[in-house]
Design a protein around this ligand. Structure first.
Ligand code: GAL
Length: 398
C-alpha cells in the first residue's frame, strides 16, 4: 500500500551559515542609542549616517531596530504590526529605505509572549512572524528571551524560530539573545543561530556595581575570559558579548533612566579598550551610538581598519586572555597570518606592559593598530599604556 502522507521536507537555508556569516556581523542597532523611544526617523537618519560617516564603507552592514517598534496589540490574525505613531509607514517601507542605501535591515522580537518592554512577541507564532519578516525584507532578527515562556525551555523556543527562519525564502541572520543563561554557545548553531549572546546587557560604564543595571566593559572582559567557549566560535556562529557602547554617555539609551549618581560615561581610553577587546574577541560589532551627533574621535575608533581586520579575520578565532596580573591583562587572538596581542591597563596610572611575542620565530613584524606604525622586531613586545587603555599589536612572523 502506498501512503499519501508526504514527510515534511527538512528546511534548507538559502545560504549556508558559514557563507552568510563567514565573519562576525557588523551593523548598527537602535537600543543603546534610543532605548524604547526609537522612531522611523531615527532609523532612517542612522541609515543615512552610516553612508555619510563611512561606517558602511568600513563594513558595517545591518541597521537593526531593537525593542519597541511594535504596536501594543498584534493584528487579529496574530501578525505583528508596526507602531502606527512611531513607524507610521510600516516596516516594509523602512526596509526599502535601508536597502536603497546599500545596507541590510534588521528587526527584534522575543522567544516569549512579550518583549522585554512588554510589546507582543513571537512565541507560538514563529512561522507567521518569520514569513512576515521575510515579506517585509528583514535580513537580521535579534531574538530576545523576555515574556512568558509557557513552560518551554530555551533550546526548544529558539529552535522553533530557527526552523521558521530556515523555511522562508530569504536569508535572515538569526541572532540569539538568551543572555548566556543556558549556555547558548553549546546549542546555538544546532538551532540555526548565527550569533549567541553570552552576557547580560553591556552598559556605557567601565564597571557596573552589583546593585546597578547591566555589566561594564571590564565586567564583560572578565566574563569572557572565564568562559571556555572558543571551540563554539567561528565562521557560521559567533559568541556575542553584546552590542557596542563606544561613544555613549549618561544620556544614551537606557543610561538616561538611571539615577544621575551611577552614570559614568566611557572616557576616550575606555572607548578604545572596549572596541579593542570586542575586536580581539571576534565579536559581532553592532554600533549603538547616536550617529547624528557622533564625533570624529569615536568614528576613528569604530572605523579603525587594523582593528576591524582583526575582528573580521577569516580564521574566525576567538581571542583569549592569556595573562591577568594586577591591573595588567594580555589578550591574544590567532589570525590567518600571525597573532593579535592586546595589552590592557586596567589601572589608574600609565603602565609599561611587556609580553613575550606569541609567534615562534626569531624575528617578527609588528603593526601598532592605533598609530599604524610598523616595525621589524625581535624580543619582547612592549608598550606604555594609559590608564584603562589597550594597545593592540598585530604580530606577523618573518
Ligand atoms: C534586553 C536585551 C537588550 C535589549 C532589550 C530591549 O533583554 O538584552 O539588548 O534588546 O532587552 O528591551
Amino acid at each position: 500500500m502506498t501512503s499519501t502522507f508526504a514527510p515534511p521536507t527538512p528546511p534548507v537555508r538559502m545560504t549556508d551559515a558559514t557563507d552568510l556569516v563567514a565573519t562576525p556581523p557588523m551593523g548598527w542597532n537602535s537600543w543603546n542609542a534610543y532605548s524604547c523611544a526609537v522612531t522611523a526617523a531615527d532609523v532612517r537618519d542612522a541609515a543615512d549616517a552610516m553612508v555619510e560617516t563611512g561606517l558602511r564603507d568600513a563594513g558595517y552592514e545591518y541597521v537593526v531596530v531593537d525593542d519597541c517598534w511594535m504596536a501594543e496589540e498584534p493584528g487579529p490574525d496574530g501578525r505583528l504590526r508596526a507602531d502606527p505613531e512611531t513607524f507610521p509607514e510600516g516596516m516594509a517601507a523602512l526596509a526599502d529605505y535601508v536597502h536603497d542605501r546599500g545596507l541590510r535591515f534588521g528587526l527584534y522580537s522575543s522567544a516569549g509572549s512579550h518583549t522585554c518592554q512588554g510589546y507582543p512577541a513571537s512565541l507560538g507564532r514563529e512561522r507567521l512572524h518569520a514569513e512576515q519578516f521575510a515579506d517585509w525584507g528583514v535580513d537580521f532578527l535579534k531574538y530576545d528571551n523576555c515574556g512568558d515562556h509557557r513552560g518551554r525551555g530555551p533550546r526548544d523556543r529558539y529552535a522553533t524560530m530557527g526552523e521558521a527562519l530556515a523555511a522562508v525564502d530569504r536569508d535572515i541572520v538569526y541572532s540569539i539573545c538568551e543572555w548566556g543563561q543556558s549556555d547558548p554557545w553549546v546549542w546555538g548553531r544546532e538551532v540555526g543561530g548565527h550569533c549567541f549572546r553570552v552576557t547580560d546587557d553591556a552598559v556605557a560604564k567601565w564597571r557596573a556595581e552589583d546593585e546597578e543595571f547591566g555589566l561594564g566593559i571590564a565586567d564583560i572582559a572578565d566574563r569572557m575570559a572565564t568562559l571556555d567557549i572558543t571551540s563554539a566560535h567561528g565562521p557560521g556562529g559567533w559568541a556575542d558579548p553584546d552590542m557596542l557602547q563606544v561613544g555613549n554617555g549618561p544620556d544614551s539609551g537606557q543610561s538616561q533612566h538611571e539615577p544621575t549618581d551611577v552614570r559614568r560615561p566611557l572616557t576616550a581610553a575606555e572607548n578604545r579598550s572596549h572596541f579593542a577587546l570586542w575586536c580581539l574577541l571576534g565579536a559581532p560589532l553592532m554600533v549603538g551610538t547616536d550617529l547624528r551627533s557622533v564625533d570624529d574621535d569615536v568614528l576613528a575608533i569604530l572605523t579603525n581598519e587594523h582593528l576591524l581586520a582583526i575582528d573580521q579575520d577569516p580564521l574566525g578565532a576567538q581571542g583569549t586572555r592569556v595573562r591577568c596580573d594586577g591591573d595588567v591583562s594580555v589578550w591574544q587572538k590567532p589570525l590567518t597570518d600571525g597573532v593579535a596581542v592586546g595589552l590592557c591597563n586596567r589601572g589608574e596610572a600609565p603602565t609599561e606592559i611587556r609580553a613575550r611575542p606569541p609567534v615562534d620565530a626569531d624575528g617578527y613584524h609588528t603593526l601598532d593598530c592605533w598609530s599604524g606604525e610598523e616595525r621589524a622586531s625581535s624580543g619582547e613586545l612592549c608598550a606604555t599604556v594609559s590608564p584603562r587603555d589597550t594597545a593592540v599589536v598585530r604580530v606577523t612572523p618573518h
